[in-house]
Design a protein around this ligand. Structure first.
Ligand code: PLP
Length: 469
């Protein structure tokens, strides 16, 4: 592209993004497209001749935008509300301009050296001890996969060389988590060849927290049966209800039995930077590894997940494999040694921008405000005859449902309200099942969210209840 064009369109795109952030609230939160609308509007093969970028960019507004569900919209409350900040976008722009594949130090000194520094800043903010080293992967699913692979390597069963298939000398390996655990752990045991039968889902209490007494029993039973515990994965901030497993008690059990402890705090880890939330994270200092996702609740564009590990050498032992064409003489860190990918994106740049631009205080203040807003919303629910809370609110997620008098099937009723609100484009709520009940989930996490946005959802919910009765 001629450099004049690059400048012209580059400015146009930045202007477009600035306007997009500004007009976001006028757009429907959930795409109003039907399945295949976009696909059917596109040619079935690439153009023979190159096209003018102006024409391509015009199609973003015309074809792509209607097919976008706006995660950055302040009324996106489904799943976990995550949003990027403007500086995060700058980080992505520059990182794609450099287009570095961080594998060897020499191919990417900037990534190799900035990443540990930024992750050490975050470690300090999260009040984790200095013996944790961080490494960035794309998602929590991949971070956890690496953690379990490390735990397996630590058992010294020769699996790296000999694999698992066809071996009669291996006991059944067991991974423990709770019934509320994220599906990424199921996927990891599938991929690591452990199989779903190796995954033990410990029941939870009435607050949806792992019953650690049942964990202790399950491990004792497995040991008695000759099985080999591989790791335990408690969650601080579960996906369904943001419940908090008691990591201290799990750590006691792990220490007594010498079992690897991986903590999944993909969502709530960002709240560890807030001084008054420290009590939720007790015991994390005793973990072997921890996953947290700045792309979830630290205003960093997708993707950026952080795995903190105590034993960086073990991670390296698990994955390092140096082909001849990658051999170098310098004694330096080569990021390819710490995971399954060879090349990795320069992701730390955007997190560095975010941490410097907002500062520790700015980040703490925003997370604290989200939690305050969620508790505020929960207080409206608590004070209403027509709604009830279905789980505690440790962070910024409200699990609740409508329960007006005269409704025979509350599950169907809540599902209907949720679908109507989502179809209106005014807000996006998602759902879960808690205690067998259809539960509405309202997550507060957008950098653009204010009290008025929650008020809007509350009004919509009440309108629906009154209209549908
Ligand atoms: C979101 C979430 C995950 C998965 O995150 P990805 O980065 O999308 O893989 C895992 N665990 C918990 C507790 C989560 O909330």
């Amino acid at each position: 592209m001629p450099k004049e064009d690059f400048r012209k369109f580059g400015h146009e795109i930045v202007d477009w993004i600035a306007d997009y952030f500004e007009r976001m609230e006028t757009l429907p939160v959930l795409s109003q497209n039907a399945p295949n609308d976009l696909k059917n509007a596109l040619p079935t093969s690439a153009p023979e001749q190159g096209e003018d970028f102006g024409a391509i960019f015009a199609d973003v507004e015309k074809l792509i935008l209607p097919a976008v569900t706006h995660w950055n919209h302040p009324n996106f409350h489904g799943l976990f509300s995550t949003s990027t900040s403007s500086v995060g976008v700058f980080g992505e722009m520059l990182s794609s301009a450099f287009d570095m594949k961080a594998m060897l130090w020499r191919t990417s000194p900037a990534s190799t050296e900035l990443e540990p520094v930024v992750l050490d800043w975050l470690r300090q903010m999260m009040n984790l001890p200095a013996d944790f080293s961080g490494i960035i992967y794309d998602t929590a699913s991949i971070s956890t996969l690496h953690a379990i692979a490390m735990a397996r390597e630590k058992l010294n069963l020769g699996i790296r060389e000999r694999g698992m298939s066809g071996r009669t000398d291996l006991p059944l390996l067991r991974v423990y988590c709770s019934e509320q655990t994220h599906s990424s752990i199921d996927k990891a045991v599938i991929l690591l060849g452990l199989g779903q039968k190796s995954l033990v889902k410990i029941p939870t209490n009435e607050r949806f927290e792992m019953d650690t007494e049942k964990l202790r029993e399950a491990i004792a039973d497995d040991l008695a049966a000759g099985h080999l515990p591989l790791c335990v994965i408690p969650t601080v901030g579960t996906t369904s209800s943001s419940s908090v497993d008691n990591v201290e008690r799990v750590a006691d059990i792990c220490e007594r039995n010498d079992i690897f402890l991986h903590v999944d705090t993909a969502y709530a880890g960002s709240a560890a930077i807030v001084p008054e939330f420290q009590h939720y994270f007790k015991g994390l200092e005793r973990a072997d590894s921890i996953v947290t996702n700045p792309h979830k609740w630290l205003f960093t564009p997708f993707d950026l997940s952080v795995l903190y590990v105590k034993d960086l050498d073990l991670l390296k032992r698990t994955f390092s494999l140096v082909a001849e064409y990658l051999k170098v003489t310098e004694t330096v860190t080569n990021q390819m040694d710490y995971g399954i990918q060879l090349g990795r994106r320069f992701r730390s740049l955007k997190l560095w921008f975010v941490m410097r631009y907002f500062g520790q205080e700015g980040l703490i203040e925003r997370i604290r405000e989200h939690c305050r807003l969620a508790r505020f919303f929960a207080s409206w629910v608590d004070n209403s005859e027509d709604f009830e809370m279905l789980a505690p609110v440790p962070f910024a997620l409200c699990c609740f449902r409508a329960c007006p008098q005269g409704v025979d099937d509350p599950d169907a009723f809540n599902e209907k309200i949720m679908n109507e609100i989502n179809a209106s484009g005014e807000a996006y709520l998602s759902h879960t099942k808690l205690d067998g009940k259809f539960t509405l989930r309202l997550s507060v996490g957008s950098i653009r969210v204010e009290e008025r946005h929650l008020r809007k959802v509350w009004d919509l919910l009440n309108e629906k209840v009154n209209a549908d009765l």
